[in-house]
Design a protein around this ligand. Sequence first.
Ligand SMILES: Nc1nc2c(c(=O)[nH]1)N[C@H]1C(S)=C(S)[C@@H](COP(=O)(O)OP(=O)(O)OC[C@H]3O[C@@H](n4cnc5c(N)ncnc54)[C@H](O)[C@@H]3O)O[C@H]1N2
Ligand code: MOO
Length: 416
Amino acid sequence: MTTLEGTAPHPAQAGPCATGPALAWEQARSVARHSAAQPLTPVARDLTDALGHALAEPLAALTDLPSFDTSAMDGWAVAGAGPWHLRDSAVLAGHRPEPLSDGTAVPIATGARLPTGATAVLRREHGSVDARNGMLYDHRDLGPVAVGRDIRPRGQECHAGEPLLPSGTTVTPAVLGLAAAAGYDRLQVHRRPTVELLVLGDELLESGLPRDGRVRDALGPLLPSWLHSCGAEVIGRHRVADDLAPLREALRHSSADVVVTTGSTAAGPVDFLHDTLGEVGARLLVDSVAVRPGHPMLLAELPTAADGLPRRLVGLPGNPLAAVAGTVTLAAPLLRRLGGHADAEPHRMRAAAALPGHPRDTRLMPVVRTDDQVAPLPFHGPAMLRGLALADGLAVVPSGGVPAGTTVEVLNIPGQ
Ligand SMILES: Nc1nc2c(c(=O)[nH]1)N[C@H]1C(S)=C(S)[C@@H](COP(=O)(O)OP(=O)(O)OC[C@H]3O[C@@H](n4cnc5c(N)ncnc54)[C@H](O)[C@@H]3O)O[C@H]1N2
Ligand code: MOO
């Protein structure tokens, strides 16, 4: 941990950008996660606005589910043994039915409330009505209809007050559906951390073919939805000129919980990030990580803004795959922690082929899933996205690499 203060040397004379030894990859992820003492404050959100947030309290059922004895099939609600005298008015979903007496039946729809006295539901395809005497017969000839047959009893899925999901659960479409079914109109969720994305690099083009030594900005299009799927609300995305003053002003004026920068992490003549962090009085928490690609990535605590809330900066390297490595290593754990999301269990898979490693550092390698194994993809250089675009995940390859058959951790690609 290093404090950058005072006047830094001009970047052209600056030595290696990182001021201390690179942190081990696992340690860097842990520092990023624990750099937020606690998740952001809980807020109440309508169901439609809660998607992607994390539950700030356990989701408990507000009612029994189903909340009444329900017909599971279209057919007849029957009372006792058949044949049954058939009542003609059907019971539909949403109706309040009259009680049934023993030996009678009434047509009923799937989802309709069962009349009191009904002992079972006879499916439409299992019964027939004799129009002459108005009697319903079970034509399967399998003996009496079992009591409770094709009835979903009240409380079958849960009882009121029963915990359904723990706090920290990410609100997925399925969680929204469950919450609605269980009686919720609003959910207590953690506020999404706001993120401002600053894309550095005067050489970047925003349209057309790469030309005259300039390249297309690949990270502006890639990162916002990834950051969103890590739980962030991306409130701005800007290009910033390769100069200390514009970057300093952008940092001073940002109101985001987390500023994410791309590029300028290394020691090139226009790599102003370290100097700017020094100027604004930021505190470096991670200053390079023993991981390839992406080792110059960094995490800093920015001075507290007028609102008194802590602010952080994740510096992603400019090489696109290195930026992706920085996203999964530093941005994702920090954003998930701020947003209150529970730690995901590490996902492990067997390597279908040898996974080459770096001699000293962890390597993050785009891999494709084949059955229950993962295989490395070509075109995984730090400046390349071709392998990643085909990948199902990023394998965490320990230093030295691993032979085929080894079980390795595989990181999800955000949003997949
Ligand atoms: N002397 C050293 N040089 C470098 C080191 C080092 O440790 N010492 N590290 C190398 C590594 S590893 C990486 S990764 C890069 C990191 O560089 P920066 O974060 O300073 O990024 P830039 O220099 O601005 O750009 C690097 C590369 O990426 C291209 N780029 C930048 N932004 C984008 C974008 N949004 N979309 C597409 N491509 C982008 C940029 O044009 C450069 O080609 O530094 C090495 N050097
Ligand atoms: O981190 Mo760099 O990505 O090795 O090119």
